[in-house]
Design a protein around this ligand. Structure first.
Ligand code: AMP
Ligand code: MG
Length: 513
């Protein structure tokens, strides 16, 4: 007998509105300068590699409809869902400090999906062919980097960090030509929106060129309505908008830092105004703690090293503030002063967020003046001992082990806790925990709730990708299951906790274009 879902899938094609598509693409209401209407390029032999059922459900999609063969054709762009109006977005950006005109060169927006909860999400293909913004690119994506984006974005979501999500990866059956010949793929990305600092830079360049600020104003008003509707009625809404974007970025970067995430290409076109992590290129998680850690093969000067991310975020936000100058005040001098005053707060905003998160990582349920130096000294200890960032913090649950004979919960892996400096620190830290309401026990619980057991370890990601490229999907699927519960401490997941074995060749990531 056929299962109910098989019967359902027979009756509902994945491209029909009955499959749950509910597009209402407000981006089309912006001036024509901001996008080009363009269709995905057809591919030869689409094959579904991954489909995110859980995410599909939250989008209001009828999962059974996507068991169909047509689902692969749909997520490759060969068949378009009902109601889709496909477009490529214009933007500019500072790449490694230099301004360039960009745009979706290999991405196409299908539309904005409105969920049953009335939330709005961009549904976008990545790797779906050339657009008017492709410059010399082929508009394509390779399977490995698209699976990588799927893995890391889903891991970030499970860690509670704002991020774009991944709905599907389809292999195209076509080759893409990079340094090697690689299998091609299309990723379906889901985002609050794809409006970037670079979208505002594009609008500001347009305003400058034409002497007309109306498209810039239209973009700002649109973005405020979409992402910061609480500011609509404010009399100085553009200044408030700047500040609100800064607050979200301060929170986001602090979260990255708290899990050892290194984005790798924090160009202004890769900074989303919604405050989500976007564009997973050469990103990776740090194993041994060191602020200068860089993985990206193209980041020769360490511009986007772990420890530089907060100041780069500040730099990017200054570029964002510049784009808003014509809207902030009637004269440039006034606007500049206002923007500078706002931007001057970023460091403080960020440091507050960062300290809040790292207090929790040490198990502090309240605030004391000496907390900052306890955090910094712990990090110094980790750095000097070459300790693993993730496991080092998690091991604090063990170090806080209660003296009443209870078993420690976490295993003590990651750093060498025997050096005198660490023992001195530990004494002060334990005394600090004793002084807070709930004492050590509350501290231990907080350490366990705040410090993940599992991050996407680089060697595990590579292992899963290598297998997938050979058509063996189990390691990838297993990794995704483990990453979905990053705080779960069970024996089966132990192999996912260890940093890569020492290697003479440093780990390198590539942009994945
Ligand atoms: P990214 O480094 O992914 O943030 O991309 C930077 C810019 O290069 C964006 O405008 C992309 O659309 C464009 N781009 C990246 N790869 C390709 C490609 N294969 N074909 C066309 N454009 C691309
Ligand atoms: Mg980008």
């Amino acid at each position: 007998m056929k299962s109910k879902s098989a019967q359902l899938s027979k009756s509902i094609p994945p491209y029909s509105a009955l499959a749950g598509w509910n597009f209402n693409t407000t981006y089309l209401s912006l001036p024509q300068d901001f996008f080009c209407l363009v269709k995905p390029t057809q591919v030869v032999a689409p094959q579904m590699v991954l489909f995110n059922e859980e995410l599909a459900k939250t989008l209001g999609l009828n999962v059974a409809a996507f068991a169909e063969e047509d689902a692969a054709a749909l997520f490759a762009g060969n068949l378009l869902p009902e109601g889709a109006t496909t477009l490529a977005q214009a933007y500019a950006g500072h790449q490694f400090g230099y301004f360039t005109m960009l745009g979706d060169g290999r991405a196409i927006l299908l539309g904005e999906q409105v969920t049953p909860e009335n939330k709005r999400f961009d549904i976008q293909f990545k790797g779906s062919g050339q657009t008017p913004y492709s410059r010399r690119g082929d508009g394509r994506a390779a399977l490995g980097p698209m699976l990588r984006e799927y893995i890391i974005s889903e891991a970030m979501a499970a860690l509670g960090i704002p991020t774009t999500r991944s709905l599907a990866v389809v292999a195209t059956g076509e080759a893409v030509y990079r340094e090697k010949i690689l299998p091609g793929a299309v990723l379906t990305r889901v985002a609050d929106s794809h409006i970037r600092v670079g979208t505002f830079e594009f609008a500001a360049a347009l305003a400058h060129h034409r002497g007309d600020i109306s498209p810039l104003k239209a973009l700002a008003d649109y973005t405020i309505e979409r992402h910061y509707p609480e500011l609509l009625e404010k009399h100085d809404k553009y200044r408030e908008f700047l500040r609100a974007v800064m607050v979200r970025q301060a929170k986001l970067i602090a979260q990255w830092m708290s899990v050892g995430f290194i984005h790798g290409v924090m160009n202004t076109d890769n900074m989303a105004i919604s405050g989500e992590t976007i564009d997973f290129g050469p990103c990776a998680f740090m194993d041994a703690y060191h602020p200068l850690t860089v993985f990206s093969s193209i980041d020769h000067h360490g511009r986007y090293a772990y420890g530089n991310q907060p100041s780069i975020a500040g730099w990017n936000l200054a570029r964002f503030a510049e784009t808003l100058l014509p809207l902030l005040a009637p004269t440039t001098a006034e606007a500049l002063e206002m923007a500078q005053n706002e931007i001057a707060h970023f460091e403080e905003l960020y440091e507050q967020e960062w300290l809040g998160l790292f207090r929790r990582k040490l198990g502090f349920t309240n605030e004391e003046a000496g907390d900052l130096s306890l955090v910094q000294e712990f990090l110094n200890n980790l750095e000097q001992s070459g300790g693993d960032f993730t496991n080092g913090f998690r091991a604090l649950a063990y170090e806080a082990g209660l003296s009443d004979g209870e078993n420690p919960i976490a295993t003590p892996i990651g750093f060498s806790p025997s050096v005198q400096e660490f023992l001195n620190w530990k004494e002060r830290w334990l005394a600090r925990l004793e002084r807070q309401p709930g004492g050590r026990r509350a501290g231990q619980e907080l350490v366990l709730r705040t410090n993940p057991v599992i991050i996407p370890r680089n060697h595990k990601v590579e292992e899963a990708l290598a297998a997938a490229e050979q058509g063996e999907l189990y390691p990838l699927q297993r990794l995704l299951v483990v990453l979905r519960q990053p705080y779960l401490e069970i024996e089966e997941n132990e192999p996912y906790r260890n940093p890569a074995p020492p290697s003479p060749i440093p780990y390198r990531t590539f942009c994945g274009t």
